[in-house]
Design a binder for this molecule. Sequence first.
Ligand code: HEM
Length: 378
Amino acid sequence: MTALSTQDPASVLDIIRYNYGEDVQEGYNYLRTHFPVLQGNDSVWNVFRYDDVQRVLKTYQQFSSQFLNRPLGLVMSDPPEDHTKLRLQLAPFFTKDALQFLEERTAAHVDALLEAALSGGRETFDMIRQLTAPLAQVVLAEFIGMPTKDGPLLQEWSERFLMSEFSGRANRDDIVSYFQQLIQARRNEPTPDLISRLLPVLSEQEIVMFALQLVVAGCIPASDGVGNAILCFNEHPDAWTTLRADTSLLPLAIEEILRIRSPLPFFRRQAVQDVDVSGVTIPKGAVVRAWIGAANRDSEEFTHSELFDMQHNPNRHIAFGFGSHACLGAPFARLQMRVVLAALLDRFSSIRRADAAPLERSAPLAYGVRQLLVSYKY
Ligand code: HEM
């Protein structure tokens, strides 16, 4: 904190946008405390307090998701019209019950990936490259209806979108044409996957747009969630022991991991009018980043906000957003985190980072790590 206070806010903004680790958490606290509403050098506005972030995310009448003045699928449209209609059509496919069927397949993939990672009695493995990333790819690919062998494409595409806020719409022709072909194949021969089940409900264009959004939302962040969990347990080995003794605490632990290391650190909106936020006027037309990662560490909302505490209850974190755009895939992500962590807890009495290399961020728009070498004890 002291070191940060000598830096200008713009360089602290760079830290929270590109780094991973303690300096990001300090950066969140510093900016939230001293510059709760801050315009960066790129002219984008940034909002850090819990209440303000919630307000920006939910108040679509003032902060629109509909950039470019036209609706672009679920994520980039506003209620009540385009967004509400689509959301109502899609919601039934994403309830906890509707996704229950994923549990068994996910567990089988975890077993197979772990077996490969540990084969030959290796003492270390890469938690991200050998487990969480390929898992997120294969589970999402199967769910959407892509051939399993195409799972790695999801990683590549997800990275493409999460590398920069401003290039998301570039270079997507190959992805669009991939999904157009997949839709055609499913029209000819339906299979029990999401694309086939959406065919009677949505137009081809709507399905392609939604598939694009699943690519961005459902791959890297889901993998990051588990990597972040391992990094939490690395700092708190006692929590690992507690969970092994009582796995019923796992859902609480997962919420706390999502709070303290939120895998999607911010989402953007555009101000549709001049809006006063914590005494600062954000002008009409301004693009605003609502910093979920900083909000989830706000001591005004969370007691001991800096501590990883599985008993944080109630835990009103907003890692999955807030309001009408709150994450549709939250039950999907929670299930994946629960299944992987349960398998790891079942197998290993301890699991620790095995090197001291600087942690590299998975992507600038995500908060997770690109690789994570771990050692383990049975
Ligand atoms: C831990 C992993 C994940 C995190 C932290 C996360 C977080 C979020 C957040 C913060 C939003 C709100 C966006 C906004 O306000 O504009 C969101 C929206 C969304 N997420 Fe997730 N997500 C995760 C995983 C997933 C997965 C696995 C899926 C799908 C399988 C998914 C599908 C979606 C969709 C479709 C939306 C758009 C909802 C809407 O605009 O109405 N997410 N997610």
